[in-house]
Ligand binder design. Structure first.
Ligand SMILES: [Zn+2]
Length: 462
């Protein structure tokens, strides 16, 4: 494959100008100007940016157990169309990813699909019940090589359990990913506590719920020396705590989800359940603080917290609706429009928070996965047009679920092609079926004999 005329964005160099890139045998074979194509596939990338494939650190792919919302096949397709080459998925599945057999099942299903790497995070506690530690070491050494641990969806409410989890994680340099929430403050909450929740008559979740959780986990990270990553931060108070922890040299990092810097709680005045999140959309002042924390480097990673839900779980009374929205297919457009387009971050800094930063935190070099464009590296690449304007169409999403708050939004910046392990998996914004994916699609009902075998194994062991 020959990619012609792209502007290269790689790390640590940043934008390095226009070049052609030749891909062969899954690897970047040659980078140069005026490369000739002889009988190979040519991808016209003029006017486009060629960057390392994006890395999602926080997605819910729902398999095993909630395949009516999403499964690893549909989630992989959504990820590839969003420009992702690797997706870390959260363990709040059914059964949860709290042992090596479920972790390996998820990992293998991702490999079967072959559209991006699917890498599971493991649960911190057994069954995500918050009572006894899960076998983190076993998950760490299994085929899925789990490196991040989280009970995401719920906080680890018991501070003693969290302390022991950090002590355990530290022994094999694993990352504790905290869903920070003080449940006694957030219980029954539907949205951010403030003027708008009072106006709507909905029970609020005060910002202090998250801030107290963040403070506790920073204290425990300081005590134990464990690496702590704070997921989906939404408040000014939280990012202030992280800024201070970093200043003191603690091993603390954090992420923001795309919806938390593009939306605020005033949008809920129409009771749109697609805006119901946990943590909730916050005030305009909180959004401003998140933008500042992105710009000054306090926030390391931009994630989506992709959370697919079926229509019956969203098209219901506000207090009964599930929390979360899908995000894999809109994140790059939102980042380019709202962060790069409005001067919050340079293009290179924004893409770094979606590639090198999560890859480094998750030690992806273990997989030989390096988000850079260099001869000899695996060709995991995204080609996007930073100037293309498009309208988000919920009905056209590749995810099984359509719960996006961005339907109808005009965005500037669009994924054209995604290349995974040297295969063009997305071509002109549409899935290009390759290899195993072709075979899987051709089989009625999807995913073939290997999945059946794994289903049986899961039943007997998981
Ligand atoms: Zn969470």
């Amino acid at each position: 494959m020959l990619i012609k005329g792209a502007t290269l964005l790689t790390f640590p160099q940043g934008l390095t100008g226009e070049a052609d890139v030749k891909v062969k045998g899954g690897l970047i074979q040659k980078i140069g100007r005026g490369l000739r194509s002889e009988s190979c596939q040519t991808v016209d990338a003029s006017g486009c940016i060629l960057a390392p494939g994006l890395v999602e650190m926080h997605a819910h792919l729902r398999e095993p157990g909630m395949e009516y919302k999403e499964d690893i096949a549909s989630g992989s397709r959504a990820a590839a169309c969003g420009g992702y080459s690797a997706v870390f998925c959260m363990p709040n599945t059914e059964p949860p990813i709290d042992n090596s057999s479920v972790a390996e099942y998820v990992f293998d299903r991702g490999e079967d699909e072959g559209l991006c790497m699917v890498l599971p995070h493991g649960a911190v506690t057994q069954g995500r019940q918050g009572k006894a530690l899960a076998p983190m070491g076993e998950m760490g050494t299994c085929r899925a090589g789990v490196k991040g641990f989280s009970d995401d969806g719920s906080p680890v409410a018991d501070s003693e359990i969290m302390r022991r989890a950090m002590e355990y994680a530290r022994t094999f340099d694993a990352l504790i990913i905290s869903h920070s929430e003080e449940p006694s403050l957030s219980a029954g909450g539907q949205m951010n506590e403030g003027f708008n929740s009072t106006f709507l008559g909905l029970r609020g979740i005060p910002p202090e719920s998250e801030r107290i959780g963040v403070f506790r986990d920073i204290c425990l990270a300081e005590k134990t020396g464990a690496r702590l990553h704070l997921a989906h931060l939404s408040t000014a108070g939280s990012v202030d705590l992280v800024r201070d922890a970093k200043r003191r040299g603690l091993p603390v990092t954090c992420e923001v989800a795309t919806h938390h810097f593009t939306l605020d709680d005033s949008g809920l005045l129409g009771y749109d359940t697609n805006l119901k999140m946990n943590p909730p959309l916050r005030s305009k002042e909180d959004v401003a603080a998140l933008l500042e924390a992105l710009a000054d480097g306090t926030i390391d990673v931009i994630a989506t917290d992709h959370a697919p839900h079926a229509p019956h779980e969203k098209e219901t009374e506000f207090d009964k609706a599930e929390f979360g929205c899908v995000g894999l297919e809109t994140s790059l457009g939102l980042v380019l429009t709202r962060l790069v387009g409005e001067g919050v971050l340079s293009l290179a800094d924004a893409i770094a928070k979606m590639t090198v930063a999560p890859a480094r935190l998750m030690s992806m070099e273990r997989w030989g996965y390096l988000p850079a464009i260099e001869e000899g590296l695996a060709a995991n690449l995204v080609i996007f047009d930073p100037d293309a304007e498009w309208t988000v169409d919920a009905a056209a999403l590749k995810s099984r679920s359509r719960n996006t708050p961005y339907d109808g939004w005009r965005l500037r910046g669009k994924v054209r092609h995604t290349i995974f392990r040297g295969n063009l998996v997305v071509e002109d914004g549409e899935l290009a079926l390759v290899g195993d994916a072709v075979a899987a699609q051709a089989r009625p009902g999807g995913n073939g004999a290997r999945k059946k075998k794994q289903d049986e194994r899961l039943k007997t062991t998981g």
